[in-house]
Design a protein around this ligand. Structure first.
Ligand SMILES: C[S@@+](CC[C@H](N)C(=O)[O-])C[C@H]1O[C@@H](n2cnc3c(N)ncnc32)[C@H](O)[C@@H]1O
Length: 223
């Protein structure tokens, strides 16, 4: 039986292009690659993690599912232990957007049209989107979902070298569609930005940007 995924990981799985070798960076338990191989969406996977214990968790799950011939394990900080031909698709799920952007920026060879990316940032998604806009990546599709009261977002992207002109609001909205989950997510971002707007000592320009961004995000939630 395919590994059942939580809505958060299911959103990431839905965005996977499939068909090739997928590298799951920060895999921990390995549930995502196991699910994707079992459902036939991918042929092979590399389950990678910076930590020995998480990788041990993944090893156990892979062995329990008799998938050692299809899913290999790799100790790696981001993509540092990867070569350009190791995988066609990369998933970064369950890490902060700041960390994901940092790991991407350490790896110049990922700027290649042949790769497909799926991101599920746990926080600071705006920093990851900003990195993608500035570095020639295109956001393809976004999904918002929830587990209990917590909303999660996931999005797919590819590189084509064309930088995207963006406003600060675009960094929060990406290609989210105005679903109930997406609106809830944006409402939380409005609260966060409003706190900053009200409490921090801001320059006139920062204040103006925050004011405009909050208004644009409110427009999305009222859609
Ligand atoms: C919260 S878990 C997410 C597990 C799984 N991807 C998911 O979404 O359910 C985050 C994992 O990322 C790993 N991690 C943190 N920093 C990393 C890095 N620089 N490179 C690779 N893995 C990293 C952690 O060891 C941990 O296992």
């Amino acid at each position: 039986m395919a590994q059942n995924l939580t809505p958060r990981l299911q959103a990431a799985a839905t965005l996977v292009r499939g068909g090739g070798v997928l590298a799951d960076i920060g895999t921990d338990h390995g549930y995502l690659p196991i699910h994707l191989v079992k459902t036939g969406k991918i042929n092979k996977a590399i389950a990678a993690d910076i930590g020995k214990m998480p990788l041990e968790n993944a090893r156990k799950s892979v062995e329990q599912n008799a998938l050692s011939d299809k899913i290999s394990l790799r100790l790696s900080d981001g993509l540092k232990s990867f070569s350009p031909d190791d995988a066609d698709e990369f998933v970064f799920a369950g890490m902060g957007g700041t960390l994901i952007a940092e790991k991407l920026s350490e790896t110049p060879w990922i700027k290649d049209e042949k790769y497909h990316f799926v991101f599920q940032p746990q926080s600071r998604a705006e920093e990851l989107r900003q990195f993608l806009y500035e570095n020639g990546f295109q956001i393809e599709k976004e999904i918002a979902t929830h587990e209990g009261r917590r909303v999660y977002i996931a999005f797919s992207a590819f590189y084509n070298g064309e930088k995207t002109e963006y406003t600060y609001a675009d960094c929060f909205l990406g290609k989210l569609l105005p679903t109930e989950d997406a609106k809830n997510h944006i409402e939380k971002q409005i609260l966060r930005l409003s706190d900053r707007y009200n409490s921090a000592a801001l320059s006139e320009e920062e204040s103006k940007t925050l004011f405009e961004t909050i208004n644009k995000l409110k427009g999305f939630t009222n859609d």
